[in-house]
Design a protein around this ligand. Structure first.
Ligand SMILES: C[S@@+](CC[C@H](N)C(=O)[O-])C[C@H]1O[C@@H](n2cnc3c(N)ncnc32)[C@H](O)[C@@H]1O
Length: 283
């Protein structure tokens, strides 16, 4: 797996994205738990550290001093930018690591666990075949009371070649398959749908406590859990490819009458290419 050429991360000092605000609000509550002296935070695909844009004012110095932060990204440059931002924030400990998302768990120290894992604005860039494994490893790396916060767009404001944005219901179905494969039958994580001015998005919160309550030995089911979620992923992509092919075929034969149909043509072509690629049908 490698990064899509169109992948970029933003860095705007004065700008706090709502998804980052949501994540930081959860972090803030965890930092206020009486007796807490350290909170380990893993920021996967951290980019240029945009989530940290206003951390110096979002959280008070006492709360910040409890955070041990690890930023992880494939881009060496982005990690360097994040490292220089984070070192001024008065955190307890900071580290950035360069690597492929698919391998993040191998890059971390063997028994390292995190109270908070963030994966924001990135799932559309993940190779779909690797998604289940990455989600499983995120859950495995959570401390017993840790929480995963993931967030991404359902459609991109600017199309990116090869990107596969997911809808909330699809993410729910993949996560449900992952959990069923772990023997977690009751708990289904909280997810949400958010309509922004230009795009809609989903978020997901997975709490390790609920997984351990039902399946304390979940880690032994890694292969089964990932396999079941990967089958679901494939099923969803195949259905999307079939729908997209029908739409493009209709547009090919009948043309478009409205601006909406014209833009469907372009988004359909991007979708078609990304799905063909994800399903390994490009060669
Ligand atoms: C759109 S940016 C999001 C950055 C940040 N999480 C945020 O919310 O602002 C996506 C990030 O994912 C990283 N990325 C993309 N594919 C990756 C891969 N295969 N392994 C590791 N990082 C990857 C990119 O380098 C980029 O920094």
């Amino acid at each position: 797996m490698s990064r899509l050429a169109a992948s970029t991360a933003i860095l705007e000092e004065g700008r706090l994205l709502s998804q980052h605000q949501a994540a930081l609000t959860l972090l803030q509550a965890s930092l206020a738990i009486p007796g807490i002296v350290r909170l380990d935070w893993l920021d996967l695909a951290c980019g240029k550290g945009q989530i940290l844009a206003q951390l110096d004012t979002n959280l008070d110095p006492t709360a910040r001093a409890r955070i041990s932060y690890v930023g992880y990204d494939l881009s060496d440059d982005y990690c360097r930018i994040t490292a220089s931002r984070v070192e001024t924030l008065g955190l307890q400990k900071t580290r950035t690591l360069v690597g492929e998302l698919q391998r993040f768990s191998q890059v971390l120290e063997e028994n390292e666990q995190f109270d908070f894992v963030t994966l924001t604005n990135t799932v559309h860039e993940i190779e779909p075949g690797a998604l289940a494994g990455i989600l499983f490893d995120c859950i495995s790396r959570l401390s017993p009371t840790g929480r995963l916060f993931a967030y991404d767009m359902e459609e991109l404001p600017t199309a990116e070649l090869g990107a596969v944005p997911w809808r909330r219901a699809e993410i729910d179905a993949i996560v449900a398959a992952l959990l069923a494969g772990m023997d977690v039958k009751q708990y289904r994580p909280a997810s949400g749908h958010w309509k922004h001015k230009k795009v809609s998005a989903w978020n997901l919160q997975v709490e390790k406590t609920h997984i351990l309550a039902e399946a304390p030995g979940f880690a032994t089911h890694r292969a089964r859990s990932i396999a079941q979620a990967t089958v679901k992923t494939h099923e969803i992509l195949s259905q999307r490819l079939s729908d997209c092919t029908k739409t493009l075929d209709t547009l090919t034969r009948l043309g478009f009458a409205t601006d909406a149909e014209k833009s469907q043509e372009l988004s359909g072509l991007y979708e078609y290419w990304a799905l063909q690629r994800a399903l390994g049908k490009t060669t």
